[in-house]
Ligand binder design. Sequence first.
Ligand code: HEC
Length: 269
Amino acid sequence: MKLNTLLISLGLFLTLSSSLSASTEGQRLFDEKCSTCHIKTKPTDFSTLIAPPAMGVVRHVKMNYDNKKDAVQFITEYTLNPQRDKAVCTPNTIDRFGLMPSQKDNVTEEELKKIAAWMYDNINLNRKSCNSKCNTNCNAKKAKKNTNTKNNTKASPFLITTRGMPHLTKMVKQNWDNKELRLTQEQKEKLLIVRKATMGAVMDLKPKVLKLEKKIKMLTMQGETPQNLYPMVEKLSKLKADATKVHIDCIHNTKNILTSAQIKILLQR
Ligand code: HEC
């Protein structure tokens, strides 16, 4: 009996310490081979980035692959052979940074598996620097805070910015792995399509709206004649109407994918 207990604890100890060393190994390899491009902390100056920060990468990977095995496999394959149509990040990211150069000569498949497993477990989606103790709990808090601060209403491309038009796709994303919500694989696949379409359209319209708003403000204050400004206002209203239609479509399509119980859970959060 005693021997049994001893053997079990020894086994447990060995398993624990070997998985622990695999994880520190993953971290060491990441620092050595990936962190020159993918920073591990929250960026303070976006203009100096040369690749998406690690937490952004992991967030997108997790949105597309909901279990560790598939995520590790994806990261491993993509890093050796990056391809635009396989990428999980937004097309904007690739436009901005260019495709990742293949890391074939920099890292082996074995090493990548360790790196990817470490990233999956330890790169925290909380925006501050990564810390393995801060788990999903933090993410939930952060997600809640994000919806509360309403910082997106300030620079909104939409016509309706008052309460009651929720950013459903964002809320879904923030609750992607929420146990209570229980999104099925099929729902996730459909939701990703809606999200991609919505984000693509909004990302296209938003900079145009903001630029035109700025221009109208500036010209107004500089004394431009109203007659010359009206067409710009018309154009602005058209852009905002388009964005609002995207918003409405997104709510409609997202609601169609979710059950009414799931919608209720989301809106309560
Ligand atoms: C020379 C800079 C550079 C290095 C080094 C680098 N990456 Fe990247 N990586 C990028 C850029 C740029 C992107 C964004 C474009 C893209 O997705 O291809 C990216 C994107 C990614 C993505 C997201 C792919 C997607 O679907 O959009 C993963 C995963 C990734 N890198 C993993 C790694 C890992 C793991 C390492 C270390 C072994 C690494 N990268 C090293 C530049 C780099």
